[in-house]
Write a protein that binds this ligand. Sequence first.
Ligand code: AMP
Ligand code: MN
Ligand code: MN
Ligand code: MN
Length: 276
Amino acid sequence: MRRYDLHCHSTRSDGLLAPAAVVRRAAARGVDVLALTDHDELAGLAEAQDAARETSLTFVCGSELSVSWEDLTIHVVALRIDPEHAGLAAGLDAIRTGREARGQRIAAALEAAGIAGAWEGARRYVTSERLVSRTHFARFLVEAGHARDVKEVFKRYLAPGLPGHVAHAWATLTDAIGWIHAAGGDAVLAHPGRYKVSPEGLKRLLADFRDAGGDAIEVLSPSHTAAQVSQFASLARTYGLRASMGSDYHGPGESHLDLGDLPPLPAGLTPVWINW
Ligand code: AMP
Ligand code: MN
Ligand code: MN
Ligand code: MN
């Protein structure tokens, strides 16, 4: 059976390894089909694709889009997109522009909480022009001694309701799925178990996602407990969505799962790759 890993990050967003290094690591770990899905960015895909030619793995062009839905931020993974598609590129460019202003607001919020120099501090960890994320702030906050590790930073500062969190309007769900489809790709609701929604909210999210043309949901993700894997397998069938899987790998020492560290999809699901 082929091993799929359809969600991971490189230095083109908030990962720690360069795109080619991600591909080589995945190949060495026995991944057969890999998608690189940097946040709101396509810039690593050409390098990854070139590196994949030196290996036996099949490379899939992807991205992970930041989306605002109701009062939440959700992530939509784009798979098998055309990396040259102008409409998708323009949409992602607009999201990246928003990240810049949001980063300044995060720094101001941290300053108000008594932490100076966070903008410059986070910028030192940024490895892709105009792609500043909370992860970069988290690495700076660890360095500055405000938390032991990145996980603790999110618990104390960067999640909703905490001193370093700011509201932000990302892309709409309709726009994000529209760009992905225009670029020939499949739209996957990333790690649905991570969103802080009521049971009714989750039903609305899945219905809205499907009605907006969404194709699949991530069933296997390091964000999911065994119970959530069963829950989302069942919800995929209920909502007529295909199923995806990904390690969400960010780099050595920062991720719970390594590339390819996933079991096969639960039985009875239609994999997102069925028609690839
Ligand atoms: P952003 O897109 O700037 O909001 O940053 C989101 C990124 O922060 C995610 O893709 C993760 O890499 C990271 N992140 C979010 N929550 C946590 C957490 N609780 N622990 C560690 N990393 C997290
Ligand atoms: Mn990330
Ligand atoms: Mn995500
Ligand atoms: Mn991710």
